[in-house]
Write a protein that binds this ligand. Sequence first.
Ligand SMILES: *Cc1c(COP(=O)(O)O)cnc(C)c1O
Length: 361
Amino acid sequence: MAKKIYNFKPGPATLPDEVMQKAQDEFTDYQGQGYGIAEESHRSKTFQEIMDKTQNNIRELLGIGDDYAVLFLQGGASLQFSMLPMNLMLDGKPACYADTGSWASKAIKEAKLFGDVNVVYSGKEKNYSEIGDPHSWQIPADASYCYVCTNNTIFGTQLRSLPDTGNVPVIADMSSDIFSRPINMDNYDVIFAGAQKNLGPAGVTLVVMRKDLAERTKDTVPTMLAYPTHIEKNSLFNTPPTFAIYMVGLMTDWIKKQGGLEGMEKLTNAKSNSLYEYIDSSSFYTGTAEPADRSTMNVCLRLPTEELEQKFLKESEEAGLLGLKGHRSVGGIRVSIYNGMPLQGVEKLIDFMSEFEKANS
Ligand SMILES: *Cc1c(COP(=O)(O)O)cnc(C)c1O
């Protein structure tokens, strides 16, 4: 076999070997039926079983009941930036947004197309290197909803608590940290995530929504963009991304096997703690995010010079450690350690970093 590659790309991202192997085993012949899932009708009993299992896995991991819908939609997390305000903004009631990074900024831009937006926090002036204390954000009692992004993929910061919203519904973009730690759904009315970082391949977006919120949707919202359409038809109004949903099914089976979200949190912390401990102990590498807010999923750092960063990227790639280049808007190094990254990958990276430091400082 070729040398082991560890893929630290920021998304689409690495998936567990076990999940990829199972998909390969079943690719051309799903459970003895003689053809694969990508070739199966979305109206078949076989696919319905996959859908039911996947939704049940998600309900079990989140500890939610029938008052929430579990939807598989298309258009990426980015379409949710528009669908959410289009469906859930109430006339004359502002929507509150925390601008904690590029993805939140994009969501704000879309929301402004549909009504008043109240930006309750902005990290822009500090180049989104910190989030601060969400309890200090002022959320008016009549707000349509309060929107947060729980992990800022590009800047490597993560939300550790929620603002005090009272009865105002909370919506969270969890695209880059979903199922990496326990989620108390009593605190969230909508969570959503493009699957391609923590949950499976690209092509499907998970939306978990309190069903009564969807009663806000007006008749003027186009059918495909209206949540009630997808809730009523259980994500089968039109052809859903069947293969991507199947992969999310395998991924959620795997997460359950790791001990559910508590088990995932142990793995997440083992990976991120060892990396941050190493960075903190080194004077060669510098983390860019404020320590209290730094992400367990995307670890952003700088080297003493940009020339050394180029050299680091070249040599790490040669060592089989891929995808470490920071986002083009911030530069530097970004280590994405989503759910699919094993602890061994992080250990190998730390060994490499340590050798590189010795050779270059
Ligand atoms: C990657 C990402 C997105 C964009 O997802 P798409 O599925 O490409 O639209 C949105 N939000 C966050 C936090 C992300 O990390």
